[in-house]
Design a protein around this ligand. Structure first.
Ligand code: SF4
Ligand code: MG
Length: 319
């Protein structure tokens, strides 16, 4: 079947002054990423902070304009749409952020914030919007009383429920979730993840779930893509990825995941060095400066994606 969204060769480059402040360099924040979002699935996008995953999410919604590439939704390339035409699709693609309240007015009650989303898209009468907002609070597991609360009167978990309500009140098909549980403690994290799974089934949603922690996406993702310095280095269904990680970077990420069974525990691989600056990425395979298996050719030759098993792709000279 056709994917719900097909992302093809997405690039987001921007220019930045170098440290000396006079020469401009090109930052390749997202550098040729392709993947499909299938209807009803959750695609986990994982990588260290600074790898370009948030930029990728924002580019899909054109919150930042992509430099190159396609995002085909219902046969239409979203990137080629004039601004005005894009707005009609925009409602069907919503985003949930790590801190939903950074975008909320601290003096506005929750109910108004929810209704505002509807008003912007000219949906319903004021009375219908109020009813819809109250229904939405119930949908995300909150009560009527929360309608009158101010943002600062809510806990972190309640805030993220509001973040979800704000996105879902527009009845989207795709929700891009950027680290939606990273600021929450473990118990609240699992409550929100469970809520998201329930909402996904009830409302037939498709998720792009962005996270730096692969353990967080494991139980919600059907497939996972691993990003390193603007590129997708591995993609597979979640079980295959955990059973047989192919890219050395994926192996490092998985070695850090706690497992209860000592026999199944992996040797923890500690990465040397920090994520290199995207201002001056390493040549060849960008991971070669930290890869335990780096060979001569890794410094000069950029590895291409290969399909090692059905639906399991990786970009490494060892594969
Ligand atoms: Fe390591 Fe070379 Fe594979 Fe890159 S291409 S991940 S440096 S072995
Ligand atoms: Mg981020």
């Amino acid at each position: 079947a056709e994917p719900l969204l097909r992302v093809n060769n997405l690039k987001k480059y921007y220019s930045a002054a170098n440290q000396a402040g006079f020469r401009h360099s090109v930052v390749k924040a997202v550098d040729g990423v392709s993947f499909d979002l299938r209807e009803g699935e959750t695609y986990g996008l994982v990588g260290e902070s600074g790898c370009g995953k948030s930029t990728l999410g924002k580019s899909l919604l054109r919150l930042t304009e992509p430099t190159e590439g396609e995002a085909v939704y219902q046969g239409v390339d979203l990137f080629k749409q004039p601004r005005k035409a894009f707005q009609t699709y925009r409602r069907e693609l919503q985003m949930v952020f790590q801190d939903p309240f950074s975008s909320l007015n601290p003096r506005q009650i929750i109910g108004q914030a929810l209704e505002e989303a509807l008003a912007i898209h000219r949906i319903g009468t004021p009375k219908e919007r109020t009813l819809h907002a109250m229904e939405m609070l119930h949908t995300v597991g909150l009560q009527m009383e929360h309608y009158y609360r101010l943002p600062h009167e809510l806990s972190g978990g309640q805030r993220q429920r509001i973040g979800l309500a704000r996105a879902l009140i527009l009845n989207p098909r795709i929700v891009i979730c950027d680290e939606p549980v990273s600021a929450l403690d473990v118990i609240i994290q699992s409550q929100i993840i469970n809520l998201m799974r329930r909402l996904q089934a009830e409302l037939k949603l498709t998720y792009l779930f962005i996270a730096h922690d692969i353990a967080v996406v494991r139980h919600i993702s059907d497939r996972i893509g691993i990003m390193y310095l603007g590129k997708l280095v591995e993609e597979a269904d979640t079980d295959s990825l955990f059973a047989n990680p192919l890219h050395p970077y994926t192996q490092v990420l998985l070695s850090a995941v706690p497992v209860p069974d000592p026999a199944a525990r992996r040797q923890r691989i500690i990465l040397e060095g920090d994520l290199p600056s995207p201002l001056d990425p390493p040549s060849g395979c960008a991971f070669h400066t930290r890869c335990p298996y780096a060979m001569d050719r890794c410094r000069t030759e950029t590895p291409v994606q290969r399909e090692a098993a059905e639906g399991h792709f990786a970009a490494c000279h060892l594969i």
